[in-house]
Design a protein around this ligand. Structure first.
Ligand code: KIV
Length: 279
Protein backbone atom coordinates (compact mmCIF):
# COMPACT_ATOMS: atom_id res chain seq x y z
CA UNK A 1 0.00 0.00 0.00
CA UNK A 2 1.35 3.44 -0.91
CA UNK A 3 1.48 5.62 2.18
CA UNK A 4 -0.83 8.58 1.89
CA UNK A 5 -1.05 10.52 5.14
CA UNK A 6 -4.26 12.30 4.04
CA UNK A 7 -7.38 11.59 6.07
CA UNK A 8 -9.39 10.04 3.21
CA UNK A 9 -8.01 6.50 3.37
CA UNK A 10 -7.90 6.32 7.12
CA UNK A 11 -10.07 4.79 9.76
CA UNK A 12 -11.80 7.78 11.35
CA UNK A 13 -13.43 8.47 14.69
CA UNK A 14 -16.89 7.56 13.37
CA UNK A 15 -15.56 4.17 12.21
CA UNK A 16 -14.22 3.61 15.73
CA UNK A 17 -17.52 4.67 17.33
CA UNK A 18 -19.38 2.11 15.17
CA UNK A 19 -17.16 -0.68 16.51
CA UNK A 20 -18.99 -0.68 19.89
CA UNK A 21 -19.60 -4.28 20.94
CA UNK A 22 -17.90 -5.66 17.82
CA UNK A 23 -14.46 -7.05 17.04
CA UNK A 24 -12.12 -5.53 19.66
CA UNK A 25 -10.43 -2.29 18.60
CA UNK A 26 -6.63 -2.63 18.47
CA UNK A 27 -4.81 0.46 19.73
CA UNK A 28 -1.18 1.23 20.56
CA UNK A 29 0.71 4.38 21.34
CA UNK A 30 3.20 5.65 18.74
CA UNK A 31 5.46 8.66 18.94
CA UNK A 32 7.81 8.38 15.98
CA UNK A 33 7.81 7.93 12.20
CA UNK A 34 9.47 4.46 12.08
CA UNK A 35 7.28 3.01 14.81
CA UNK A 36 4.15 4.40 13.12
CA UNK A 37 5.24 2.72 9.87
CA UNK A 38 5.73 -0.61 11.63
CA UNK A 39 2.46 -0.49 13.58
CA UNK A 40 0.09 1.03 11.02
CA UNK A 41 -0.72 -2.23 9.17
CA UNK A 42 -1.63 -3.98 12.44
CA UNK A 43 -3.71 -1.51 14.43
CA UNK A 44 -6.98 0.39 14.16
CA UNK A 45 -5.82 3.38 16.19
CA UNK A 46 -2.48 5.01 17.02
CA UNK A 47 -2.43 7.25 20.07
CA UNK A 48 0.27 9.88 20.28
CA UNK A 49 0.06 9.70 24.05
CA UNK A 50 1.46 12.31 26.41
CA UNK A 51 3.29 9.28 27.86
CA UNK A 52 5.86 10.36 25.23
CA UNK A 53 7.15 12.79 27.87
CA UNK A 54 8.17 9.85 30.07
CA UNK A 55 8.92 7.20 27.46
CA UNK A 56 11.03 9.20 25.00
CA UNK A 57 11.94 12.38 26.89
CA UNK A 58 12.70 10.91 30.33
CA UNK A 59 10.33 13.08 32.37
CA UNK A 60 9.09 11.64 35.68
CA UNK A 61 5.40 12.10 34.76
CA UNK A 62 3.28 13.01 31.74
CA UNK A 63 3.18 16.59 33.06
CA UNK A 64 6.44 17.09 31.12
CA UNK A 65 4.53 17.07 27.82
CA UNK A 66 3.90 20.36 26.01
CA UNK A 67 1.63 21.26 23.12
CA UNK A 68 4.68 21.71 20.88
CA UNK A 69 6.01 18.27 21.87
CA UNK A 70 2.66 16.61 21.12
CA UNK A 71 2.36 18.38 17.77
CA UNK A 72 5.89 17.40 16.68
CA UNK A 73 5.28 13.73 17.54
CA UNK A 74 1.79 13.88 16.01
CA UNK A 75 3.28 15.10 12.74
CA UNK A 76 5.84 12.27 12.73
CA UNK A 77 3.16 9.63 13.38
CA UNK A 78 0.93 11.07 10.65
CA UNK A 79 3.86 10.91 8.18
CA UNK A 80 4.51 7.30 9.13
CA UNK A 81 0.93 6.02 8.87
CA UNK A 82 -1.74 5.79 6.21
CA UNK A 83 -4.51 3.61 7.62
CA UNK A 84 -4.83 4.01 11.38
CA UNK A 85 -6.99 6.59 13.12
CA UNK A 86 -4.40 8.89 14.73
CA UNK A 87 -5.38 10.47 18.05
CA UNK A 88 -3.14 13.07 19.71
CA UNK A 89 -3.23 13.60 23.47
CA UNK A 90 -3.88 17.08 24.81
CA UNK A 91 -1.12 17.75 27.34
CA UNK A 92 -1.78 19.01 30.86
CA UNK A 93 -2.19 22.77 30.88
CA UNK A 94 -3.60 22.96 27.36
CA UNK A 95 -7.32 22.48 28.11
CA UNK A 96 -8.33 22.51 31.77
CA UNK A 97 -8.69 26.28 32.24
CA UNK A 98 -11.79 26.72 30.08
CA UNK A 99 -13.78 25.23 27.19
CA UNK A 100 -12.42 28.05 24.99
CA UNK A 101 -8.82 27.13 25.86
CA UNK A 102 -9.59 23.47 25.10
CA UNK A 103 -11.12 24.33 21.71
CA UNK A 104 -8.18 26.56 20.75
CA UNK A 105 -5.58 23.91 21.68
CA UNK A 106 -7.50 21.11 19.94
CA UNK A 107 -7.83 23.22 16.78
CA UNK A 108 -4.09 23.86 16.80
CA UNK A 109 -3.30 20.15 17.22
CA UNK A 110 -5.59 19.12 14.36
CA UNK A 111 -4.50 21.94 12.02
CA UNK A 112 -0.78 21.35 12.60
CA UNK A 113 -0.80 17.54 12.53
CA UNK A 114 -3.82 16.52 10.42
CA UNK A 115 -4.73 13.92 13.08
CA UNK A 116 -8.24 12.46 13.25
CA UNK A 117 -9.01 13.24 16.89
CA UNK A 118 -7.68 14.46 20.23
CA UNK A 119 -7.82 12.86 23.69
CA UNK A 120 -8.10 14.49 27.06
CA UNK A 121 -8.32 13.27 30.65
CA UNK A 122 -11.34 13.87 32.87
CA UNK A 123 -15.03 13.08 33.29
CA UNK A 124 -17.68 15.32 34.81
CA UNK A 125 -15.02 18.01 35.40
CA UNK A 126 -14.02 18.14 31.70
CA UNK A 127 -17.42 17.58 30.05
CA UNK A 128 -17.69 21.24 29.00
CA UNK A 129 -14.22 21.06 27.41
CA UNK A 130 -15.15 17.92 25.47
CA UNK A 131 -18.41 19.52 24.27
CA UNK A 132 -16.57 22.68 23.16
CA UNK A 133 -14.07 20.69 21.09
CA UNK A 134 -16.80 18.52 19.56
CA UNK A 135 -18.70 21.70 18.63
CA UNK A 136 -15.60 22.69 16.61
CA UNK A 137 -16.09 19.48 14.60
CA UNK A 138 -13.10 17.78 16.23
CA UNK A 139 -13.68 14.24 17.53
CA UNK A 140 -12.66 13.66 21.16
CA UNK A 141 -11.59 10.51 22.95
CA UNK A 142 -12.17 10.69 26.71
CA UNK A 143 -9.95 9.18 29.41
CA UNK A 144 -11.34 8.17 32.81
CA UNK A 145 -10.27 6.00 35.74
CA UNK A 146 -6.60 6.42 36.55
CA UNK A 147 -5.60 9.73 34.99
CA UNK A 148 -1.80 10.06 34.75
CA UNK A 149 -1.97 13.87 34.53
CA UNK A 150 -3.48 13.84 38.05
CA UNK A 151 -1.04 11.45 39.76
CA UNK A 152 0.70 14.20 41.72
CA UNK A 153 -2.70 15.48 42.94
CA UNK A 154 -3.86 11.87 43.66
CA UNK A 155 -0.66 10.98 45.56
CA UNK A 156 0.46 8.29 43.07
CA UNK A 157 -0.82 5.75 40.55
CA UNK A 158 -3.93 4.52 42.38
CA UNK A 159 -6.23 1.85 40.91
CA UNK A 160 -9.81 3.14 40.63
CA UNK A 161 -13.13 1.46 41.39
CA UNK A 162 -12.27 -0.03 44.77
CA UNK A 163 -14.94 1.80 46.80
CA UNK A 164 -18.67 2.33 46.23
CA UNK A 165 -18.21 6.12 46.14
CA UNK A 166 -15.46 5.84 43.56
CA UNK A 167 -17.48 3.40 41.45
CA UNK A 168 -20.40 5.84 41.45
CA UNK A 169 -18.02 8.64 40.41
CA UNK A 170 -16.68 6.50 37.55
CA UNK A 171 -20.21 5.93 36.25
CA UNK A 172 -20.89 9.67 36.42
CA UNK A 173 -17.63 10.33 34.54
CA UNK A 174 -18.40 7.75 31.83
CA UNK A 175 -21.89 9.18 31.31
CA UNK A 176 -20.57 12.76 31.24
CA UNK A 177 -17.94 11.93 28.61
CA UNK A 178 -20.52 10.12 26.46
CA UNK A 179 -23.12 12.90 26.82
CA UNK A 180 -20.52 15.56 25.96
CA UNK A 181 -20.09 13.87 22.57
CA UNK A 182 -16.87 11.84 22.85
CA UNK A 183 -16.58 9.06 20.26
CA UNK A 184 -14.81 6.66 22.65
CA UNK A 185 -13.22 6.62 26.08
CA UNK A 186 -10.06 5.14 27.56
CA UNK A 187 -10.58 3.42 30.91
CA UNK A 188 -7.23 3.15 32.69
CA UNK A 189 -6.19 1.40 35.91
CA UNK A 190 -9.69 0.41 37.00
CA UNK A 191 -10.94 -2.73 38.75
CA UNK A 192 -11.81 -5.37 36.17
CA UNK A 193 -15.47 -5.85 37.11
CA UNK A 194 -16.07 -2.09 37.20
CA UNK A 195 -14.47 -1.53 33.79
CA UNK A 196 -16.64 -4.34 32.37
CA UNK A 197 -19.80 -2.78 33.85
CA UNK A 198 -18.85 0.67 32.53
CA UNK A 199 -18.39 -0.87 29.08
CA UNK A 200 -21.87 -2.35 29.13
CA UNK A 201 -23.35 0.87 30.58
CA UNK A 202 -22.34 3.36 27.87
CA UNK A 203 -22.93 3.37 24.13
CA UNK A 204 -19.48 4.52 23.00
CA UNK A 205 -16.50 2.15 22.77
CA UNK A 206 -14.32 1.77 25.85
CA UNK A 207 -10.59 1.24 25.32
CA UNK A 208 -9.00 -0.55 28.26
CA UNK A 209 -5.53 -0.28 29.75
CA UNK A 210 -5.25 -2.09 33.05
CA UNK A 211 -9.03 -2.48 32.85
CA UNK A 212 -10.99 -5.45 31.41
CA UNK A 213 -10.97 -7.86 28.47
CA UNK A 214 -14.66 -6.88 28.14
CA UNK A 215 -13.67 -3.39 26.99
CA UNK A 216 -14.41 -2.67 23.33
CA UNK A 217 -10.70 -2.31 22.61
CA UNK A 218 -7.30 -2.41 24.28
CA UNK A 219 -4.33 -0.07 24.29
CA UNK A 220 -0.76 -0.43 25.55
CA UNK A 221 2.23 1.88 25.48
CA UNK A 222 4.36 0.60 22.59
CA UNK A 223 7.66 0.67 24.50
CA UNK A 224 6.11 -1.40 27.32
CA UNK A 225 4.60 -3.89 24.85
CA UNK A 226 7.90 -4.60 23.05
CA UNK A 227 10.03 -4.79 26.21
CA UNK A 228 11.85 -1.47 25.79
CA UNK A 229 10.85 -0.04 29.15
CA UNK A 230 13.93 0.19 31.33
CA UNK A 231 12.25 1.11 34.60
CA UNK A 232 9.28 -0.56 36.33
CA UNK A 233 6.82 -2.27 33.99
CA UNK A 234 3.21 -1.99 35.25
CA UNK A 235 1.28 -5.19 36.13
CA UNK A 236 -1.18 -4.70 33.27
CA UNK A 237 1.55 -4.81 30.60
CA UNK A 238 2.24 -7.94 28.61
CA UNK A 239 5.66 -7.84 26.96
CA UNK A 240 5.35 -9.40 23.50
CA UNK A 241 9.05 -8.94 22.77
CA UNK A 242 12.28 -8.28 24.68
CA UNK A 243 13.90 -5.41 22.79
CA UNK A 244 15.94 -4.43 25.88
CA UNK A 245 18.00 -7.60 25.41
CA UNK A 246 18.14 -7.28 21.62
CA UNK A 247 19.48 -3.72 21.85
CA UNK A 248 21.89 -4.41 24.71
CA UNK A 249 23.26 -7.44 22.85
CA UNK A 250 23.66 -5.46 19.60
CA UNK A 251 25.43 -2.64 21.46
CA UNK A 252 27.78 -5.09 23.21
CA UNK A 253 28.70 -6.87 19.94
CA UNK A 254 29.22 -3.52 18.15
CA UNK A 255 31.45 -2.28 20.98
CA UNK A 256 33.54 -5.46 20.88
CA UNK A 257 33.94 -5.29 17.08
CA UNK A 258 34.90 -1.61 17.12
CA UNK A 259 37.51 -2.29 19.81
CA UNK A 260 38.94 -5.26 17.91
CA UNK A 261 38.73 -3.40 14.54
CA UNK A 262 36.47 -6.15 13.15
CA UNK A 263 34.05 -3.36 12.28
CA UNK A 264 34.00 -1.83 9.75
CA UNK A 265 34.85 -4.83 7.57
CA UNK A 266 35.59 -4.50 3.81
CA UNK A 267 31.81 -4.87 3.21
CA UNK A 268 31.10 -1.64 5.06
CA UNK A 269 33.71 0.74 3.59
CA UNK A 270 34.01 2.47 0.22
CA UNK A 271 36.83 1.36 -2.05
CA UNK A 272 37.97 2.48 -5.47
CA UNK A 273 36.92 -0.83 -7.04
CA UNK A 274 34.23 -0.37 -9.73
CA UNK A 275 30.66 -0.93 -8.55
CA UNK A 276 31.63 -0.98 -4.88
CA UNK A 277 31.02 2.63 -4.00
CA UNK A 278 27.22 2.58 -3.89
CA UNK A 279 25.67 3.22 -0.48
O1 KIV B 1 -0.45 8.80 27.18
C1 KIV B 1 -0.76 7.62 27.00
O2 KIV B 1 0.04 6.79 26.56
C2 KIV B 1 -2.12 7.21 27.33
C3 KIV B 1 -2.43 5.76 27.25
C4 KIV B 1 -1.80 5.04 28.36
C5 KIV B 1 -3.89 5.51 27.16
O3 KIV B 1 -2.91 8.02 27.67
Amino acid sequence: MTRDPSADNRINAEDIRRRKGGVPIVCLTAYTYPIARLLDPHVDLLLVGDSVAMVLHGHATTLGASLEMMIAHGQAVMRGSAKACVVVDMPAGSYETSPAQAATSARRIVEETGCQAVKLEGGVDMAAQIAAIVTEGIPVMGHIGLQPQSVEKDGGYKIKGRTQDNIAALFRDAEAVENAGAFSVVIEGTMEAVAAKLTHHISIPTIGIGASADCDGQILVIDDMVGMTVDRVPKFVKEYADLRSVIADAAARYAAEVRSRAFPSPDHVFTTAAGKDET
